[in-house]
Design a protein around this ligand. Structure first.
Ligand code: ADP
Ligand code: MG
Length: 288
């Protein structure tokens, strides 16, 4: 039987926007040593915007072609690029055969020509020095830089920026004050990840983690430091949410993430992580 105090606490939690889908998560939360976060959409707002584009040829033409490709992606990056093209009043050409490689990028045909857009490793060609230095400058500002090529020739580099949630800094500080170790596990580049981590005071960062490797990153954290809470929002976070001792999904995130998690933050307010931890500690100390 579930102890009455756990029922009372999970009821109290749901009034505070923290849904315990499983009562035993309340028990396991207070055993955690590490609280690992996905970056995009969890530590950040997940509403990225196109900050800039630098192309080798005509900028608008490159952006229109890339937006055509991204209009078939469900990734927040795709939505940012499409919105950026719309803001410039561009008409999008037709894209065909678009394929998404999760955590890497997209390929497809525009005007019969093969276009690729994604992270640096996804690009096959070399970058000319002027685009290389633009990309480095944007990365130093903490932007996610995307690289695009057409017919195996460099086409453009793009900067995507996503604001840190207003409550994130306080959440990280509160977890540290409770003796927990915050960590970040993200598919984004080292530079973008380190920038956000520095802003927040997160020392343990794993960047450029493929969606299929996020669960392993959780297991490695557990081997190093003890029980792990993982908080995330994306389809790509589901394996890590399932692998964690307690998975916490953002209610603003994907259904897949919520189904894989034991705890859901209904309003997508990250402060729920601290609320849940405090309830867990209080409830369990009353029982024992
Ligand atoms: P996160 O873990 O931060 O949520 P993802 O694993 O979803 O990130 O993506 C990792 C990286 O893969 C992105 O930073 C980007 O470089 C690339 N990528 C993923 N999807 C797309 C897309 N639709 N268009 C361009 N690049 C993409
Ligand atoms: Mg995410």
């Amino acid at each position: 039987a579930v102890p009455v105090s756990i029922m009372v606490s999970t009821g109290r939690a749901s009034e505070l926007g923290v849904l315990f889908r499983r009562g035993d998560a309340l028990q396991r939360m207070q055993e955690a040593q590490v609280v690992a976060f996905d970056k995009t959409g969890t530590l950040t707002r997940g509403k990225p915007v196109l900050g800039g584009i630098a192309a080798l040829g005509a900028e608008d033409e490159a952006l229109a072609a890339l937006a055509a490709l991204e209009s078939q992606s469900e990734h927040p990056i795709g939505r940012a690029i499409v919105a950026g093209a719309e803001a410039r009043g561009l008409t999008l050409p037709q894209a065909e055969g678009v394929t998404a490689i999760p955590g890497e990028g997209l390929t497809g045909l525009v005007g019969g020509e093969e276009i690729r857009i994604g992270n640096r490793a996804f690009l096959r060609c070399d970058l000319p020095p002027e685009l290389e230095s633009q990309a480095a400058a944007w990365e130093n500002e903490g932007a996610t830089v995307l690289y695009a090529e057409k017919l195996n020739q460099t086409l453009a580099v793009l900067a995507i920026s996503d604001e840190i949630r207003e409550e994130t800094r306080a959440v990280i500080a509160a977890l540290k004050a409770r003796g927990l170790h915050p960590a970040m596990v993200t598919g984004d580049s080292q530079a973008a990840a380190q920038h956000v981590a520095r802003e927040l005071g997160i020392e343990h960062v794993r960047a450029e983690v493929k969606p299929t490797d996020k669960a392993r990153a959780v297991e490695e954290l557990r081997a190093e430091a003890g029980a792990v809470i993982f908080a995330g929002d994306g389809i790509n976070d589901a394996p890590a949410l399932a692998a964690a001792d307690v998975g916490i999904a953002m209610g603003s995130g994907t259904d897949v993430a919520m189904e894989a998690a034991e705890v859901v933050l209904i309003g997508g307010d990250l402060r729920g992580v601290v609320t849940a931890m405090d309830l867990s500690r209080r409830t369990m100390s009353n029982i024992h």
